[in-house]
Design a protein around this ligand. Structure first.
Ligand code: F6P
Length: 330
């Protein structure tokens, strides 16, 4: 098959996620294997506007597979939201002779990729965000590592909560989605998990769960709150008012985005990076590389952005059912 594409760009955009470097590495190495040159665009879409780039050879991405963060830096570009900014980005692509751009990030990144593709620059997206909130793919790079980081922190918190017989409120990230909170909540055996996808009934979801847990013999309680629900501090105040116990609040924050990617994130990122370049090499573009039912599929960007992924509420029921003192009403 005649190879049409000679050079591609790769960038990371939006919130960083463990495994982004593994994806960049796979893009660079696969491109090299296809005889395609790779240019790293630094600082996301902003770097495409300002012409902030670096040539990346296979050797340049050595020892990056296990590194957290992103060697290309990342940003949320206001300028790229404007027509003027996007025109500058297209001009940079033309000046660098880029036949396409691989954009690694979440929904916001893919909205940028769609705009760029509409201006004639072929793009391929790779989903990477700790939130796992990208509708077209059942998995986003970084989610598993972030869950494990949160679990490690909460296990430590539990030790001290147990010793002092306290209630702990832990706020986890996830933007407007509860994937991170629910997975983590199940994995730490939380007393209650609050997610934005479920309307909060404070009495039933928090007060009664703490009471039932206490009656069943527990003297410490772990409440996991997704940031999309609201402030964990406020939840803590309400618990104090309504039950009279004095909770300790921990906001895990950006620590969840750091650290070395785990096996799942390295492996998924490497596969996605490979498929992204393969799409370009075989003459396809303007799609997102997604995982669905164990395999990799390419979904056109516009279609992908319209797709919705729902939190499986059965997981919520499982979390509740596996708590000491829980009741299932049939
Ligand atoms: O999208 C990833 C994420 O970490 C969200 O979970 C969080 O809401 C947001 O980014 C935080 O963004 P920033 O890095 O701008 O504080």
């Amino acid at each position: 098959m005649e190879q049409k594409i000679k050079r591609i760009g790769v960038l990371t955009s939006g919130g960083d996620a463990p495994g982004m470097n593994a994806a960049v590495r796979a893009v660079v190495r696969t491109a090299s294997a296809y005889g395609i040159e790779c240019i790293g665009i630094r600082r996301g879409w902003q770097g495409l506007i300002t012409g902030d780039f670096v040539r990346l050879s296979s050797a340049d991405v050595g020892h990056t597979l296990s590194r957290g963060g992103t060697i290309l830096f990342t940003a949320r570009s206001e300028d790229f939201m404007t027509e003027k900014g996007r025109k500058k980005a297209v001009a940079t692509c033309r000046m660098l002779g880029l036949g396409g751009v691989v954009a690694i990030g979440g929904d916001g990144t893919f909205r940028g990729a769609l705009e760029l593709s509409r201006l004639g620059v072929p793009t391929v997206g790779i989903p990477a965000t700790i939130d796992n909130d990208v509708g077209c793919t059942n998995y986003t790079i970084g989610f598993d590592t972030a869950c494990n980081t949160a679990i490690e922190c909460i296990d430590k918190l539990r030790d001290t909560m147990q010793s002092h017989e306290r209630c702990s409120i832990v706020e986890v990230m996830g933007r407007n989605a509860g994937f991170l909170a629910l997975y983590v909540g199940i994995a730490v055996g939380a007393t209650a998990v609050l997610v934005p996808e479920r309307e909060l009934n404070f009495e039933k979801d928090v007060v009664e769960r703490i009471q039932d847990s206490r009656v069943a013999g527990n003297t410490h309680f772990m409440i996991v709150v997704a940031e999309g629900v609201g402030s964990a501090v406020e939840i803590g105040k309400r618990i104090k008012e309504e039950i009279g116990i004095d909770p300790r609040v921990t906001v895990l924050g950006h620590i969840q985005r750091g650290g070395a990617p785990n096996a799942r994130d390295r492996e998924t990122a490497t596969r996605m990076g490979y498929y992204a370049v393969r799409a370009f090499a075989e003459g396809r573009a303007n799609c997102i590389i997604c995982t669905q039912e164990g395999g990799i599929v390419e979904i056109p960007i516009e279609e992908a952005l319209a797709m919705k992924k729902h939190l499986q509420m059965i997981r919520y029921e499982i979390m509740e059912a596996t708590q000491v003192g829980s009741h299932i009403t049939v």
